[in-house]
Ligand binder design. Structure first.
Ligand code: CTP
Ligand code: MG
Length: 383
């Protein structure tokens, strides 16, 4: 199997990113969305599973790297040099004893790299000695004397840049002391290696200036994931007049037994929302042993769960409730149930489903001893 290692260069001082909105730390240790830039870069690159080994190149005596990598294995750190080129060379030297087939060299300050972009660089190395993600240029280009430059012949290049290890190590080893290049493709080009261009990504920018932190924070805010939670609840029938289900009173000559109003539909839905938020269950938040919930109207529980979604900056997308019982007949009440749930959840009717089924006279619901409800809730949450 092809052995692939990566070098993350993080030994720079990040001078251009300091001051005003940028802090005093080197940029790779400043945070975006509450997490250090370099930690984000590490996590992003770890998701390409073909990379088996990572060298992080850090400044001499760097006090920040330790806590950032203590929970990650397959990572080694080495000390870099005064230039990016010297730092990359130190990283390559650390791999040279037990050389991998391919090496990817990536800026620690590019946290938005994706597995797709990395994967394309790796794939290109099956047919080329070097590979670089590149983007076409949209703006017209001028030289400073005013003359137009043909942008079709130019590309913006990014990292990770990938290489056959033996070839790039030979090229770096042959460099004169103190040689400094903008990137590693330049070294490969000078050594006459063949270079493939792969698809770059505008999001894969290098944090360089103070304003880039705000840009990165804003990008993270738009990143979301969809969570689905499920809930299930059962209550036993007992004597009474009115039974509450999905927030609607049904006058059926019996009721449900429970500490609160025993609305199994709203309980299942509340649990579904708590499930999507990974916030435990309804009993954690409203203990049955607490007298204040005795006879409580269950819409309180649902409203509370909806509040929790808001606290997390999420948005409820859709709910689906299934009532499982032989009695009472649900169909005559279904529209009222949907309307009440939609009102409580702040959702349009098209995003609220209430269904019912029997269990063909089987089991406790079939025998008419009680009623069950299950629900799912789909929530969009910030990543
Ligand atoms: N880098 C490095 N060793 C150096 C210089 C840079 O490992 N001697 C790394 C940086 O940490 C960064 C990447 O190379 O991840 C790209 O370089 P650049 O954006 O220039 O970072 P800095 O040199 O840290 O920033 P500045 O030039 O603004 O000081
Ligand atoms: Mg620099």
């Amino acid at each position: 199997m092809t052995r692939i290692a990566q070098i993350l260069v993080a030994a720079g001082k990040g001078e251009r990113a300091k001051g005003e909105s940028g802090g005093d730390l080197p940029k790779q240790y400043q945070t975006i969305g509450g997490k250090a830039v370099l930690r984000r870069t590490l996590e992003a690159t770890q998701s390409e599973l073909r990379i088996r080994e990572t060298i992080v190149v850090v400044a001499k005596g760097d006090p920040h790297i330790g806590p950032l990598i203590e929970d990650l294995d397959t990572i080694r750190t080495v000390t870099g040099g005064a230039t990016r080129t010297a730092s990359v060379k130190a990283g390559l030297a650390a791999l040279a004893d037990n050389p991998p087939d391919f090496v990817l060299i990536h800026d620690g300050a590019r946290p938005f790299v994706t597995p797709a972009l990395i994967g394309e660089v790796i794939d290109a190395l099956n047919t080329s000695t070097a590979a670089v993600p590149a983007l076409p240029i949209a703006d017209a280009l001028k030289s400073v004397d005013g003359a137009s430059v043909d942008r079709d012949k130019l590309r913006r290049v990014q990292t990770p840049q990938g290489f056959h290890f033996d070839k790039i190590w030979a090229a770096f080893s042959a460099l004169p002391e103190g040689a400094s290049f903008a990137d590693d493709i330049e070294v490969a080009h000078a050594a006459g290696l063949d270079i493939a261009f792969t698809t770059g990504d505008t999001n894969n920018f290098k944090v360089t200036y103070p304003s880039d932190f705000a840009k990165a924070d804003a990008m993270l805010k738009t990143e979301t994931y969809t969570a689905t939670g499920t809930g299930f609840d059962v209550h036993r029938f007992t004597e009474g007049d009115v039974l509450w289900l999905c927030g609607v009173p049904i006058e059926c000559g019996f009721t449900l037994l429970g500490h609160s109003d025993a609305d199994a539909g709203l309980h299942a839905l509340t649990d579904a929302i708590l499930g999507a938020l990974a916030y435990g269950d309804i009993g954690d938040h409203f203990p049955p042993s607490d007298p204040q919930w005795k006879g409580a109207s269950s819409d309180k529980f649902l409203i509370y769960a909806i509040e929790k979604i808001k606290e997390r900056g999420g948005a409820l997308q859709h709910v689906d409730v299934t009532l499982i019982c032989e009695k009472p007949k649900i169909k005559p009440h279904r529209d009222a149930m949907r309307a009440r749930i939609a009102e409580l959840c702040g959702l349009p009717l098209t995003r609220v489903s209430v269904k019912a089924t029997t269990t063909e006279k089987l089991g406790f619901t079939g025998r008419g001893e009680g009623l069950a409800a299950q629900a799912s809730a789909t929530i969009k949450l910030p990543a």
